[in-house]
Design a protein around this ligand. Structure first.
Ligand code: ADE
Ligand code: ZN
Length: 269
């Protein structure tokens, strides 16, 4: 009995604890695999050199590394915990660095800072490897609308909902719940996302316009209908919002590819 009570408590805690993870493993992998298809030969060669010691030396293979730091590098996990999101929903989705990103601790400045480290070939190899892993992950995070939304509910983490009779929260539903409910096989997702239109090229590549990405993601999070009037979400919610999830993943993949090609271009002679 006591064990039952204890495990129920742990389960309840796990369900309730805020997640800073963004897109589940599938979403992060898809963003990375889309980018991987767009790499120039020069960027490909540098990515291969940077990831040579990884168990899975592909962008898809390292895409969720930043979400596992709490297990294998708790200190870096703590220092980078705020780099996965920026809450600007209460500010009309207008990002202001001093207000929204003190000490550079948010996803916008993390993308800018880690891209600069990645692009700097004078930096130690290990630092650039870590920067590559962070950039691949955070470009995905910046496109998850709940990672640029409201502070008051921790980006939907404390907004409880119910889908198909199971309790979850709005953040998790946008991370992975809607993707999983589509019933598509993992292998078919990449093919499907690649058919979606790529975003218009940005005026600037480096430093990456991460602020624009987060503000656009925020506008999705605060749009009417995203926060359901009732806690029970059905197929109509998924039909309305899954296309947005898919386009965000598509956009993130294309932008990540462009960013990596610029950061890993050969130095001008
Ligand atoms: N913690 C606080 N706000 C958050 C957000 N928007 N996403 C993830 N974790 C958070
Ligand atoms: Zn994350």
């Amino acid at each position: 009995m006591r064990r039952f009570v204890l495990s129920s408590c742990l389960l309840a805690l796990a369900a309730a604890s805020p997640s800073a993870l963004a897109w589940g493993q599938l979403g992060h992998r898809l963003v990375a695999q889309l980018a991987e298809r767009d790499l120039t030969p020069q960027a490909r060669a540098q990515v291969d050199a940077l990831l040579a010691d990884e168990p899975d030396p592909t962008l898809g293979g390292i895409a969720s590394w930043a979400d596992t730091l709490r297990e294998h590098d708790p200190d870096l996990g703590r220092r980078s915990a705020k780099w996965h999101y920026v809450n600007i929903g209460e500010s009309g989705c207008r990002y202001q660095a001093t207000r929204d990103c003190p000490n550079g601790d948010c996803v916008v400045e993390a993308i800018v800072a880690q891209s600069a480290i990645l692009a700097d070939t004078a930096r130690p190899h290990a630092e650039r490897v870590t920067a590559l892993k962070f950039v691949v992950h955070f470009v995905g995070d910046a496109h998850q609308p709940m990672h640029a939304g409201y502070a008051h509910d921790k980006g939907g983490n404390t907004h409880q909902i119910n889908h198909r009779g199971r309790g979850t929260n709005l953040h998790a539903f946008w991370d992975s719940g809607m993707l999983n409910s589509a019933g598509r096989r993992d292998a078919d997702w990449l093919t499907h996302l690649a058919t979606l239109p790529a975003p218009a090229p940005a005026a600037r590549v480096l430093p990456p316009p991460a602020q624009d990405w987060a503000e656009a993601a925020c506008r999705i999070a605060v749009a009417p209908g995203v926060y359901p009037a009732r806690g029970r979400l059905g197929q109509d919610y998924v039909s309305a919002h899954l296309p947005t999830v898919e386009q965000q993943l598509r956009d993130a993949g294309a932008r990540l590819g462009t960013l990596l090609n610029a950061a890993l271009a050969p130095a001008a002679p």
